[in-house]
Design a protein around this ligand. Structure first.
Ligand code: ZN
Ligand code: ZN
Length: 478
């Protein structure tokens, strides 16, 4: 209890004139309450009532007797090491719910209003701790990210770029972010809110950091998992067993409350790939191919079914590099071979044929798609495209992709027609090329709900143009 005595000794007491009995506002307690979100930071004077209410909220959050005074248990709370992020949102949740009817509050996590609008998040360790080997720190930080990666669609990768999404650093005292470290603060982190320190994690290097949960110091893995939770958009939880509980602990597994919180922000982890080799659209059923895995789903998302490539390809093709649909026929490219399956099943007469036989030199292409309204087939390779119209290569091929479709769609993994748009897919992003206006829009991230209709420029209920011209295209390869 030496530290408690020191704490009492440094307290400066301010007498507030009230009718008897005389009560006190403790300025160190006021600072603590301001630091952790129980009192507004800007207010220079604090009313006694306001102060007592702040103490009551703190006592309620920490589940100690609600006295509205700085009693011994409250002193202990104020001396306990903890995360530097405030409990602001937790206390407002408490006043909205738990105080009224505790039984109605099932979720105890608090998600902020900010989150990353993408699934691939980069991190950079800007300043290492001097207390542990660099490799040890890198491994622990990677493990901490993996803990969140396991339950979300998010992936994290270490980067050395200046503009990494999350910067991690170990600092002492005032480190120029407006939130100087004091001894009891273990670390703090910033929500992903596009401000200066968005998504960053700072650890207090003045404290002893250890790699053993039973060691004499703060267990870095536990600290990092908690702080990363903030960088993803979670605030403190009221659940004592949660990683996101404000007080320090050595836990390293996410509680059900943590998982519910993060999945409310980012949905559940799907085992879907983060990029696809080929995507094609047959009557608004989308086929997504990644290596030998094929996923089939509606264009607007929802549940998908997975099967093996061999179940899709009638002739035992081992892989496909590009595919498109013309009417009821599906065309695949593997290497420099082009295969046409009538009604999606029967290999058409005189197929396979080589790309060179239709005057596309040099073998393999990246992407193929049809624009029914033009009766054209397009083949992308690098920054150029070849166009086939009426069964013949158009004389001006190849041309630059940027000239017709805009530079953003060059290098697309896949492309397919939907309504009057061509949807281009690059990783988890999609762009739409409006074949009516000739404009390109995007990008949108489709990976959150796999809804490709959000990629489109307009939503058409029926597309008579598509149906009529698909008949014309049926004869392109006949
Ligand atoms: Zn925290
Ligand atoms: Zn900081």
């Amino acid at each position: 209890m030496v530290s408690l005595q020191v704490f009492f000794a440094v307290f400066s007491w301010v007498v507030v004139c009230q009718t008897a009995p005389v009560q006190f506002i403790n300025s160190d307690a006021v600072n603590w309450l301001k630091t952790f979100g129980y009192l507004k930071k800007g207010n220079s004077t604090v009313e006694l009532k306001e102060y007592q209410n702040a103490l009551k909220r703190l006592q309620s959050v920490y589940e100690i007797p609600v006295t509205g005074e700085v009693d011994l248990q409250t002193e202990i709370v104020m001396l306990s090491p903890r995360c530097g992020n405030p409990d602001e949102e937790v206390t407002s949740m408490l006043s909205n719910g738990r105080e009224k009817d505790q039984s109605k509050i099932k979720k105890r996590y608090v998600k902020s209003s900010s989150k990353w609008n993408k699934n691939d998040i980069s991190y950079k360790i800007s300043q290492y701790s001097s207390q542990l080997p660099v490799e040890t720190q890198r491994n622990i930080i990677r493990l901490a990210f993996m803990t969140w990666e396991e339950v979300t669609p998010l992936t994290f990768y270490e980067s050395t770029n200046q503009d990494a999404d999350t910067e991690i650093g170990f600092y002492i005292g005032d480190h120029n972010d407006g939130s100087p470290f004091t001894k009891g603060i273990i670390a703090h982190a910033f929500l992903p809110d596009n401000k200066a320190f968005s998504g960053d994690v700072h650890v207090n290097e003045a404290n002893r950091i250890v790699t053993d949960p039973n060691g004499n110091g703060y267990y870095l893995l536990s600290v990092m998992i908690h702080e990363i939770g903030h960088t993803l958009g979670l605030e403190h939880s009221l659940d004592k067993g949660a990683m996101m509980y404000h007080a320090y602990g050595t836990r390293t597994t996410l509680s059900a409350d943590d998982i519910a919180g993060i999945q409310a922000l980012y949905l559940q982890k799907s085992n879907s790939p983060s990029s696809y080799d080929v995507i094609y659209n047959k009557n608004d059923i989308i086929y997504l191919v990644k290596g030998e895995r094929v996923f089939r789903q509606h264009v607007s998302g929802g549940s998908s079914e997975e099967f093996h490539l061999s179940q899709l390809l009638p002739n035992n093709l081992e892989r496909i590099d590009a595919a498109t649909v013309i009417g009821e026929n599906v065309i695949f490219i593997t290497g420099d071979q082009l295969w046409k399956f009538e009604d999606g099943l029967f290999l058409a007469h005189s197929y396979p044929t080589s790309l060179s036989s239709i005057n596309i030199p040099g073998g393999q292409v990246d992407t193929m798609f049809a624009i029914p309204s033009e009766s054209s087939l397009y083949f992308f390779r690098g920054n150029s495209y070849y166009r086939l119209g009426g069964g013949e290569l158009v004389v001006d091929s190849p041309r630059l992709i940027s000239e017709k479709f805009g530079s953003s769609v060059a290098g697309s993994d896949a492309a397919f027609a939907h309504n009057s748009d061509i949807i281009f897919v690059k990783g988890t992003l999609c762009y739409s090329y409006d074949t009516v206006t000739g404009s390109t829009n995007g990008p949108h991230d489709f990976s959150i709900d796999m809804d490709f209709t959000k990629c489109g420029s307009i939503q058409l209920l029926v597309s008579p143009l598509l149906i009529a011209t698909s008949v014309v295209l049926r004869f392109v390869f006949s």
